[in-house]
Design a protein around this ligand. Structure first.
Ligand code: HEC
Ligand code: HEC
Length: 337
């Protein structure tokens, strides 16, 4: 009797697995990973360099400035992986050493990619305002291999993994306490549009091209700096982003997020809190980069992000199409935290 029961369970599980694989058979949406096209075939662009982790030898040594800061730094310091420029020391508490400087050889300063204020960028992650326990847990997932990118070309996720592996428990705790002490505040504007400025991709980020040429948005969110120079060159942590999303996607996302869309997914508020700002150790998901959000949903669906807590997200993402993930992220990003 017991045995028969076991067999039934096994059969059910394999059915579930088959359904899961079917849903996940779409290739990961390349735009969310910072690529123009899917991973197969020789026609693809080479892997994005882990910019700015290994910057080319600086040619321009003149001091640069950003609006609102009295400081000035040369490019080499703006991009220094072990002590990047801090434009606005008054915008954040005092950084622990690991955030400000990292530790050679592998632990690059968190403030390089995530910025001193923890706002991060679409190709990495916003880390301000994450619950302490979640932060520690997810760093551990990077360490153990439970959190990887579904697109193996995404070089900076591998850099992040190397950083986590190189960190001591004390350093993880210091970083989690520091970033968790700051609130997440909005700096991404979601705009629905049928056509978008033409972009080029640099280091996993979409940058507007010179001139005013436009192209159809297609099934993509194009998240691009409001000011290319201030973000790409100067790494100004006060200069935000515009995320263009297909017409109607916010509304479609709202239905999925708030009702589950009639069984397509689970209403998110159950775990992420009524306003989706986070609940206990479960992280907030509003006002954050939609590219980052889709990347995570996609990684969880494809099983490359599979930490202990990610189990809870499995049924949420199991049946979602790439288009539905896009709509969900357009909606969550458009909400003010
Ligand atoms: C070279 C750039 C880079 C540096 C430096 C860096 N990170 Fe990251 N980090 C990333 C990327 C890229 C991701 C997102 C990975 C993805 O989406 O696949 C990430 C994600 C994270 C996340 C997950 C956020 C979430 O919401 O789950 C945490 C936490 C984090 N980093 C902490 C740190 C800490 C702590 C440091 C400093 C010791 C650090 N990072 C330094 C690139 C970087
Ligand atoms: C049953 C509880 C549960 C439900 C329902 C749920 N989540 Fe989650 N979610 C979690 C947990 C727990 C985590 C942390 C996973 C981890 O540690 O890897 C998480 C993580 C996430 C992340 C990654 C956050 C980050 O900073 O990397 C995103 C994005 C997300 N959820 C979106 C959603 C959306 C969108 C919905 C609704 C469609 C939803 N979740 C519904 C429990 C849930």
């Amino acid at each position: 009797m017991r045995k028969a029961f076991g067999i039934v369970i096994l059969a059910l599980l394999s059915l579930l697995a088959a359904g899961f694989l079917q849903a996940a058979s779409d290739a990961p949406p390349p735009w969310a990973y910072g690529f123009a096209s899917a991973a197969d075939g020789a026609a693809n662009p080479p892997a994005a360099p882990a910019a700015p982790a290994t910057p080319p030898a600086p040619v321009d040594a003149t001091p640069k400035q950003v609006p609102g800061s009295s400081a000035s730094f040369p490019l080499a310091q703006i991009r220094d992986a072990f002590g990047p420029a801090d434009w606005f020391p008054g915008d954040h508490p005092q950084m622990p050493d690991v955030v400000a400087h990292g530790r050679r050889p592998d632990v690059r300063a968190c403030s390089l990619c995530h910025y001193p204020n923890g706002k991060g960028r679409p190709e990495n992650a916003g880390v301000a305002g994450l619950p302490y326990d979640y932060f520690v847990q997810t760093m551990n997932d990077f360490k153990t291999g439970a959190r990887k990118s579904a697109d193996s070309r995404k070089a900076n996720t591998n850099v992040m993994i190397a950083i986590a592996k190189g960190m001591s428990d004390e350093e993880v705790k210091a970083a989690a306490t520091y970033f968790g002490s700051m609130k997440w505040t909005p700096w991404i504007k979601v705009v629905e549009a049928a056509t978008v400025p033409k972009t080029r991709i640099a280091g996993g980020m979409f940058l507007r091209m010179e001139g005013n040429e436009k192209e159809p948005i297609g099934d993509r969110i194009i998240e691009t700096p409001e000011d290319t120079e201030r973000t790409e060159v100067l790494r100004d942590p006060r200069s935000g982003f515009i995320a263009y999303a297909p017409m109607g996607s916010i509304k479609k996302g709202e239905t999925l997020v708030t009702t589950g869309g009639g069984g397509r997914t689970t209403a998110c508020a159950v775990c992420h809190g009524t306003d989706l700002k986070g609940l206990g150790p479960v992280p907030g998901i509003v006002g954050r980069s939609p590219s980052y959000t889709v990347r995570q949903l996609s990684d969880m669906q494809r099983g490359t992000r599979k930490g202990v807590w990610a189990e809870l997200m499995k049924p949420v993402v199991a049946n979602l199409s790439n288009q539905e993930m896009l709509a969900i992220a357009a909606y969550t990003a458009s909400r003010v935290p």
